[in-house]
Ligand binder design. Sequence first.
Ligand code: SF4
Length: 334
Amino acid sequence: MPRFHVSGSTSKEGWEGVARPLAFAYLAGMTEPALIRPPMTRKPDWIRVKAPTSIGFAETRALMRRLNLATVCEEAACPNIGECWTKKHATVMILGDTCTRACAFCNVKTGMPRAVDQQEPQHVADAAAELGLEHIVITSVDRDDLPDGGASQFVKVIEALRRSTPSTTIEILTPDFRNKSERAVEAIVSARPDVYNHNLETVPRLYPTIRPGARYYASLRLLESVKKLDPTIFTKSGIMVGLGEERLEIHQVMDDMRSADIDFLTMGQYLQPTPKHAKVAEFVTPDTFKAYAAIARAKGFLLVAATPLTRSSYHAGEDFARMKAAREVQLAQA
Ligand code: SF4
């Protein structure tokens, strides 16, 4: 079935960017509201955030520059950066700032990445120590150019953190390691992060346009395999809404995640980082997020975070504590 390119990976407007795809969608009989909905541009009030001006923000930025570390907070143009960095919570992005893929929703630059920085694991550990982090989130760009997709660098970062700040709990948000050996994920699991996160990002129907380099079921299987390899590791995954998905498609993703035994679901509003990225099809209201959260809880997730500004690493430390407590209650009731 032909797909209406809801968003487009080009910055074309007018006929090329909006009218022609709408016409094709109409001619192809694709009359579902989400497919012919015009793109939204003006952000509603519930999305507005304060400009980052605090001393804590400036100090966090200076530290990251000094240690030559990239952050997804900056690279992905996260709307929460003012709040998080004021509290000195930053999500470090390892393996450089250049990704080998070009997803239609993501602001991280695409190209041929530089060689892996051998100092990076210790620099991440130094940053965690200086920031006094009780919980750290580490993510990376996709490194399809590396034989193990960058898995060994995740392992080195976890080992450096365990050496330097043993009480810091570790959450990793990894790529899908598509077309890499299963040993890549096995090595990371053996290093025993506290939380293993990998985002499904969107519903399977939108993968060809939004996440063309990835495969929905491969991502799901990755999370399932982590849980099978080590059931004590918490698994976590997230999706963005507002890309043109339908309510029942989201419910199906929740069911798929539960069948893969994923503990924690995050859901947030997709925001278009630049005009050349996928357009926002809809701003989902806070009440609709609450309804999604209630449904997800009923489906059995240990924890659900679903608000317009929820991101994978938003309030990750507090959520980790809540997830641990929820598991203890669950085990006591078993
Ligand atoms: S929500 Fe995550 S990515 Fe965004 S600023 Fe906070 S820590 Fe960084």
